[in-house]
Design a protein around this ligand. Sequence first.
Ligand code: HEM
Length: 412
Amino acid sequence: KMACPYLSGKKSKRRHSEPVLFDEGDFNLSSQEGKNKITAPSQLTYNSYLQLPRLLSSQYLQSSAGGKIPVHDEHLFIVTHQAIELWFKQIIYEVDSIRQIFADSYLEERNMLLVISRISRVSDILQILSDHFLVLETMTPQDFLDFRPFLMNGSGFQSLQFRLMEIKLGMPEDLRVQYNKQHYLEVFFGHEKETLKTALGQESLFSLVNAWLERTPGLEGNGFDFFNKFRCSVQAMHGEFEAFGEEIEDEEEKQEHQLEHSRGVETFNSIFDKNKHDELVARGDRRFSHKALQGALMIYLYRDEPRFHLPFQLLQVLMNIDSHLTKFRYSQTCMVQRMIGRKFGTGGSSGYLYLRSTCSDRYKIFLDLMNLSSFLVPRDRIPPLNQKTRRSLSIQDIYAPEVMRRVAEDQE
Ligand code: HEM
């Protein structure tokens, strides 16, 4: 039998194959060096800095009211909500700071890295939020039922921060699914209602990004005139495709080819024809202005140009935000289905069915960025940049004149 080396006070003879978890040096005196600097309770401490006494005494279990034995899982239910609400707070904090940077009439390029790191933080937080539901799902529906009646009419539908987050990101108000034929504002009162109304009157991240995309260099009609060139290139591509179809002898194959051709033309017309674009916007199937969509497409196609690197990354992260937010909604929906089945929500909605309807494209903010892939063309169909635009999209100040000369030569 092996004796415990700590209890016996003797060192064990370790066999060769046993893993070394701690070196003996870990327990010698050097690990105990230093001195405890906290000498008076008035000093700033870990607890006081983080206001832990307040935070950790904010879990009141309704099931314990009147001195009753609390339902065990209600603690987890409260902590999960509070943890998520704290993350909502951080998201709003970051989104507000990004909105402020974008609010200037032009976005200083030197701020781009900061914008991307903060918006990526928002995206990462949203991504981990869904995992919180995994923990909550360790509670069984029967256990939930033990304290559900104590929640009365309380519901996540009344989460002020969730609405603020949606509004500040730019969730389209007119596309929301009606909840019990009620506007969500009707469940808020006093100061909370005012806060929401103020947020609704401010520029959202979506509208600021839209304005920024409209200013994309290269769109100017009297400059590179990207969109016109792009239209010509796509029309030439479609023309060649159609001509190829004429040569097909098999009638069925020919018809299929024609169908594919007209589908392609129709798809691209939805961006080339401004009226069609506006119709889609009016229907809620498209969000960006016509000009902003062109800017986004230009960034997609010319992302290899140095000054488009960061804008392209920003567009990627904005898409991640939509993905994570949709996954968050979907995770919550699945959890609700297993917890309450088809019962009505404590807030009065149809519960699962209501939440399921929020997982659709209507709730995607930067939807157009995802759909933009429909308008990508093979590389050799991308109109080549002229020298002036290529220079303006390079980082000429830090390029040696020699490099710029070679770029110019390449163009010739
Ligand atoms: C057992 C766990 C949960 C159940 C059964 C549940 C149930 C529901 C139901 C039925 C709704 C629809 C509104 C209603 O009629 O009440 C809802 C909405 C909502 N819940 Fe939960 N929920 C749970 C956990 C959570 C957690 C942990 C959060 C995190 C903060 C949360 C946040 C929300 C939000 C923000 C909404 C509004 C969604 C919207 O309108 O788009 N829920 N919940």
